[in-house]
Design a protein around this ligand. Structure first.
Ligand code: XIL
Length: 454
């Protein structure tokens, strides 16, 4: 108990930079109380839609152009620039005190036809001129620029993606960052990509580039994690953000959307809590306002339905923003960080041998634990793992007898370890679905082994 209290105190000091926060009632105000922004990607062609604008203006305190600041939009002919749509977004944001993210200066996609036809030194010159002109035009108005977008390959190589820009030489990214810094010294400069939602070959390739840039003094301030997600989320999502933050850059969630039909609300909440848990995570942007505004077709991947109503995913995000960094230390439930679900006796059984699973947090007795010394009591029984159980054994409840296999240490890093074997309570396979088994496993402190009082 003492260890838990100390852990929460430390977490509270680090994670709530703005001090005591009130619960906000919109995404923007709640995020602001946690010292962060909550933004949306917008398209000016929706600006005359009243439902859209009502939600946008009420909920968000940051905007990014979904398409209007891309190369094809801003430089349709070589040396001929068009900033009218981008300016409209900036003006709307500024008139309402919202931040603006800039997206994106260089990318292999959505290039104007004339640039697609260039190569070599000619393309390099055109690209760097583009960076300079666009960043100069918006100078002083952009919170952070996605200077380079999606320059790494998918899959296991960890290498750069082939593109016309990459073929101008491996140094094209640092050249772009230097040009952007010179043009707008006040903007944070980000590298932005997708499929970087855990520690994998692609994210590690980017990590190595960022580390190299920091070592060599190439100006980079932030890494954007697009976070276009399906029905699962990597168990090490937060750990991945953290390793980048530890390099001395900010991290931002830049294009969040999540397939509906799986775990949508939970995944949104998990992403939100991950950002709140990292002091250098400065904000979250969702890639659109309503499901029908989304580039993801029928995935219904956003926080509002087509009529502008708040979805369960919205409530999950708002709850996470309002409570995400301050788990209730006197709560009787144990919420797993990887899944967002609670430690639960399967079927609300009180029989010896009833197995532990994770399930949506609720207020029924089969999720309510009483700590009695090092015993964790639930349903009138004790949390138990068979004597000298090997890693992989399922955790159950059993008549309390005080044996070492029923003694648990609630550790300050969020893990709960068995006094007899030292193994940790673990969601098998880092699964996130309701009903996933809880086992004991060697302690590694990953999100599927961290449990917060809730
Ligand atoms: C998408 C837009 O949402 C679409 O409207 C457009 O047709 C294609 O681009 N990664 C990015 C974004 O960085 O710029 C993409 O936006 C989505 C994937």
């Amino acid at each position: 108990m003492r260890a838990l209290a100390v852990g929460l105190l430390v977490a509270g000091t680090v994670l709530v930079p703005t001090g005591a926060a009130n619960a906000g009632t919109t995404l923007g105000t709640s995020a602001a109380e946690k010292g962060r922004y909550f933004g949306a990607a917008v398209g000016t062609y929706k600006f005359n839609d009243n439902t859209y604008m009502t939600v946008l203006n009420r909920e968000f305190n940051s905007l990014v152009a979904e398409n209007e600041m891309k190369w094809d939009a801003t430089e349709p002919q070589r040396g001929v620039f068009n900033f009218s749509a981008g300016d409209r977004i900036v003006n709307h944001a500024r008139s309402r005190g919202m931040k603006v993210r800039g997206h994106t200066l260089l990318w292999h996609a959505q290039q104007p036809g004339w640039a697609q036809g260039l190569s070599g030194g000619d393309l390099r010159n055109a690209a760097i001129n583009h960076v300079t002109q666009v960043a100069s035009h918006f100078r002083g108005q952009i919170y952070s620029w996605d200077v380079v977008n999606e320059a790494f390959a998918d899959g296991g190589s960890g290498a750069r993606r082939d593109s016309n820009l990459q073929r101008t030489g491996n140094d094209w990214i640092e050249a772009a960052f230097r040009a952007a810094r010179a043009a707008d010294p006040g903007a944070k400069l980000c590298y932005n990509d997708y499929n970087t939602d855990g520690i994998n070959a692609k994210s590690t390739g980017i990590y190595n580039m960022v580390r190299d840039f920091k070592q060599r003094g190439v100006p980079i301030d932030c890494v954007g994690f697009q976070s276009h997600l399906g029905t699962t989320i990597a168990g090490d999502y937060q750990a991945n953000l953290q390793r980048f933050a530890d390099l001395g850059v900010d991290v931002e969630i830049t294009e969040l959307d999540v397939t509906q039909g799986g775990n949508q609300a939970n995944i949104y909440a998990t992403v939100t809590r991950a950002c709140l848990a990292i002091s250098r995570c400065t904000g979250i942007t969702v890639w659109g306002v309503r499901d029908c505004d989304s580039w993801r077709g029928s995935d219904n991947a956003l926080l509002f339905d087509c009529a502008g109503n708040k979805k369960p995913a919205y409530t999950a995000v708002l709850d996470a923003l309002n409570g995400g960094t301050t788990p209730n230390p006197t709560g009787n439930r144990f919420r797993n960080e990887g899944s967002g679900r609670c430690l639960d006796v399967n079927g609300a059984s009180s029989a010896n041998g009833a197995q532990m699973i994770i399930w949506d947090c609720h207020s029924n007795a089969n999720q309510q634990f009483t700590q009695n010394g090092r015993a964790l009591q639930v349903m009138g029984k004790c949390l138990d793992v068979p004597n000298n159980a090997a890693a992989g054994t399922r955790v159950q409840i059993y008549d309390c007898h005080g044996g070492a296999n029923q003694q648990w240490n609630v550790n300050s890093n969020g893990t709960i370890s068995n006094a007899q074997t030292g193994l940790c309570l673990d969601v098998n396979g880092a699964a996130t679905a309701n009903g996933s088994a809880v086992i004991v496993w060697g302690c590694h402190g990953g999100a599927n082994q961290r449990w917060a009082r809730a």
